[in-house]
Design a binder for this molecule. Structure first.
Ligand SMILES: *[C@@H]1O[C@H](CO)[C@@H](O)[C@H](O)[C@H]1NC(C)=O
Ligand SMILES: *[C@@H]1O[C@H](CO)[C@@H](O)[C@H](O)[C@H]1NC(C)=O
Ligand SMILES: *[C@@H]1O[C@H](CO)[C@@H](O)[C@H](O)[C@H]1NC(C)=O
Ligand SMILES: *[C@@H]1O[C@H](CO)[C@@H](O)[C@H](O)[C@H]1NC(C)=O
Length: 309
């Protein structure tokens, strides 16, 4: 029982010797495609959706979206190098805190011209520090706003804060060169065309290779003594027991097919034998009948009912 296992392991080792190179996370020794900038249409907009929470300071306060919008506009106009476009879609959802105060969750969009941001040279880090953290937004709206602070304060627990950018990669005017894929930092501004290898093209720890941007990526799949990965992106897991079950089933299927073929052959042969027997019989009958006919001509009728069967 032990010997076949050793032979098997030796076989797997020999097979794996063909691919001694390795690929660890974020290291792609077999990828020779440099990251490049994506082509982005002028007019493409980037939207940052933000959520903050306000707590009313006077009992009679009601939330007025336009008041919030005006104060927020003042802030966003002063940030990110003046590449600002608009604050839109201000929606406030009111509730009551445990101490009976009015609280309002405000969700709104800040729209920027993406090409304007690129021209000004905005970085991911700038986006994060200027508009992408709760403290920056609280300070900004309080500092640049005029009206809101008379009625509301911001909730200080930053877990209420949401900040997410729209996808430029999926915008209609954004293109990557052949054999590269678009990759972006959603809450920043970076949009690059990179090898699909760097975006998890090969699954299950397969090694990804892309010799140049003239060809697509290819995967060398992982295999161990009892597990293999198959498919273009190593997506299919095959285990030793599956192979054994498949082999046994295949063998049984072939056996069944052989038995069936034999049965068919025997049946056919028997039928044929039977058929040729009948043919002979009818020939003999004709002979006898003819004889009878001939004999009738000579005035002698031969008994024809003694036909051999
Ligand atoms: C990638 O960039 C490096 C450094 O700029 C350059 O030497 C190399 O030729 C480039 N490779 C390709 C395939 O363009
Ligand atoms: C991207 O491709 C579309 C469709 O082919 C084209 O209309 C658009 O001008 C391209 N954009 C850039 C920036 O190359
Ligand atoms: C792709 O984008 C993500 C952010 O969405 C970033 O963490 C990652 O480093 C990028 N990959 C490359 C290869 O630039
Ligand atoms: C892939 O590698 C990671 C890290 O080494 C490991 O945790 C994981 O189990 C591996 N997956 C497979 C399918 O081998």
């Amino acid at each position: 029982m032990k010997t076949p296992v050793i032979y098997w392991k030796l076989f797997v080792l020999l097979v794996s010797l063909g691919k001694v190179y390795s690929q660890t996370t974020n290291n792609f020794p077999l990828v020779n495609v440099n990251d490049s900038s994506a082509g982005i249409d002028v007019g493409t907009q980037k939207t940052y959706t933000t959520r903050v929470r306000l707590i009313a300071t006077t009992p009679s306060s009601t939330f007025v979206p336009s008041v919030f919008q005006n104060d927020a506009v003042n802030f966003y106009q002063q940030t990110l190098g003046g590449s600002y476009a608009a604050v839109t879609g201000v929606v406030g959802t009111s509730g009551t805190s445990s101490t009976g105060q009015l609280i309002v969750d405000v969700v709104y969009n800040v729209l920027y011209s993406f090409t304007a941001m690129q021209n000004v040279g905005i970085t991911d880090n700038q986006v994060t520090t200027e508009i992408g953290t709760y403290q920056a937004v609280i300070d900004g709206i309080n500092d640049f706003g005029t009206t809101l602070k008379n009625f509301y304060v911001f909730e200080t627990d930053s877990s209420v804060f949401v900040f997410s950018g729209s996808s430029i990669c999926s915008a209609p005017g954004t293109n990557c060169t052949a054999n590269t894929v678009c990759n972006e930092t959603l809450s920043g501004v970076t949009v690059m065309c990179i090898s699909a290898c760097k975006k998890g093209y090969c699954q299950n720890n397969g090694t990804c290779e892309q010799a140049s941007s003239a060809t697509g990526p290819t995967c060398t799949c992982l295999s161990t003594a009892d597990v293999w990965f198959l498919g273009t992106t190593c997506q299919t897991r095959v285990e030793l027991w599956m192979v054994i079950v498949a082999a046994v089933l295949g063998f049984l299927l072939i056996l069944a097919a052989i038995i069936l073929a034999c049965c068919c052959y025997v049946t056919k042969r028997r039928k044929k034998e039977k058929e040729s027997g009948l043919y002979l019989t009818s020939e003999k009958t004709t002979t006898y009948t003819n004889k009878g006919y001939l004999d009738t001509e000579h005035g002698q009728i031969t008994k024809v009912d003694a036909v051999p069967r």
